[in-house]
Design a protein around this ligand. Structure first.
Ligand SMILES: [Cu+2]
Length: 92
């Protein structure tokens, strides 16, 4: 959700995958992605966003905030640590 032109905040529930698995972001706006992991599977215990050098542990039943600023339009992938589950960040 775009709150204003100064920041945008999106929430991703991590439960059997990523919900939603497609995040639409506005270019050049600082962004907080809140990951809520509800799935005990160790497969989802880590999230990677390689294009933004993000590698974060996601403790169960906690919210982990990841801050990025997408400076260029395009599509960027985020995945679990083993790249089994995938989501997409679409920047326009
Ligand atoms: Cu995995």
């Amino acid at each position: 959700m775009l709150k204003n032109n100064k920041e945008q905040v999106v929430t991703v529930n991590v439960d059997g995958g990523y919900k939603p698995n497609k995040l639409k972001l506005k270019k050049g706006v600082p962004t907080t992605i809140n990951f809520n992991r509800k799935d005990p599977s160790g497969c989802l215990s880590e999230v990677l966003i390689p294009d933004f050098d993000v590698k974060e542990e996601l403790p169960l039943n906690e919210t982990v905030s990841v801050d990025i600023t997408p400076e260029a339009a395009g599509e960027y992938e985020f995945t679990c640590g083993m790249q089994m589950f995938r989501g997409k960040i679409v920047v326009k």
